[in-house]
Write a protein that binds this ligand. Sequence first.
Ligand code: FAD
Ligand code: SF4
Length: 469
Amino acid sequence: MGKRSYNKTPMREQDPAVRQHNFKEVALGYDLKEGRLEANRCLQCKDAPCVLHCPVMIDIPGFIKQIKEDDMEGARKILDRYTNLPAICGRVCPQEKQCEMVCRLGQSKKFEPVAIGKLERLVADWALEQPNEVTNITQDKGKVAIVGSGPSGLTVAGDLAKLGYQVVIFEALQLPGGVLTYGIPEFRLPKQIVQKEIDQIIAQGVKIETDVVVGKTITMDEIRQEFDACYVGVGAGTPHFMEIPGTDLNGVYASSEYLTRINLMHGYEFPDYDTPIQPAKNVVVIGGGNVAMDSARSAKRLGAESVTVIYRRSQAELPARVEEYHHSVEENIEYSWLTSPVEYIAGDQGQLVGVKCIKMKLGEPDTSGRRRPLPISGSEFVIPADTAIEAIGQGANRILLDTFPELVTNQRGYVKAHERTCATSVPGIFAGGDIVTGAATVILAMGAGKIAAKEIDEYVQFEKASTTV
Ligand code: FAD
Ligand code: SF4
């Protein structure tokens, strides 16, 4: 083996000057040669800390070793044992806060960690190009309903189908995938990739019924009568609002609506699709997480001349992935740190013409441990804007919960479920993902799904005889 390079093998990307005008994927992936080069940097640690920091405990040195040995089929088989959605996770997982954060190579000052996520993506993309293996597992162990087709529900479904269950997913929207489909934009996660990984789950025998809102189209009682167990993975997509004057003006959006119009309803292809997104010249995005980055970068691609993200803390506290922040800066997104909106200003037609803001300073830490932002009186100023997008967080999706009060929730409105079993207050009903944790990550939602699949299997095989679902 040649000398180990200090830095990760760079991944080719679309030129920022070009990509800020299109919705095509930014990161272009490794080819096999680049993948082998990166795989060669792995130390193959016996007590691999990277594995312990992966919520689904992928055998990371194992699949990297197969890439090194040019055995892509072997690498794919290893990934298949742990995850149903590797091409998605390889793209959107916050590896820098999980496996890569503890990578032994990266602990030495000279070296960057192994690019584990990029290698996962390489194997997964390679696998998607291979002929789809049709599995013929007899599905006679029982019937399980899943509510919600986000990463959590899809993971439970895939794992239970492999165990021999008949699985039906009920999804409220017209397409499956949850946030993967309606939230995360095409330039970070192509919808074709999401669909291909979902197709592989369908190929295992899982049925997905879209346009079914559980709690309206069908009830939980009907589900309980027909199925042996049910998994609730309905996510946390209800937007929070700043609730400042002018929120009802034309041009003020919640990020979830803005991104759904673009991603799910093809807003960026207006007039070919009839979902309008108002053309904007000056856009203000409020928030500092991934959702804010996605909204800002989407607005730029829709043709905005200026896009300013306003965040009430400083850059050091920005919760978004560092990679997404850097990409946004390359795409000419501007930032106004320590700034909070106080009012949306109306023009004479009732449309937004500006966002009145106030400067903030950081005080003592609050309950989250982060320093509390405090307004500086007299520091108000106006940013001219015809569109404002609020990306300040989301809460529980309530439709199912409101019609099924037996399911106990916590003070924040999320379903109470056991951390190690995903069991809820109702026997036979399990829950996980964002509807339990609050808005979190794809891999944590998948981790809960893996736990739930095992527990549902145990429940149906051993406990159900003494309990009624
Ligand atoms: P969801 O993905 O929210 O799926 C829930 C599904 O349930 C939805 O499809 C919904 O329509 C359906 N549903 C709700 N109610 C009902 C009902 N009554 N009947 C039937 N169906 C119902 N995480 C990362 O790890 N990396 C990222 O880069 C990242 N970027 C993000 C960007 C955006 C814009 C957003 C919004 C989130 C992002 N996240 C990211 C967070 C991540 O996507 C979520 O944590 C994850 O999708 C949660 O998965 P879930 O399966 O619990 O729920
Ligand atoms: Fe390889 Fe890093 Fe994991 Fe060690 S910790 S096995 S170097 S990826």
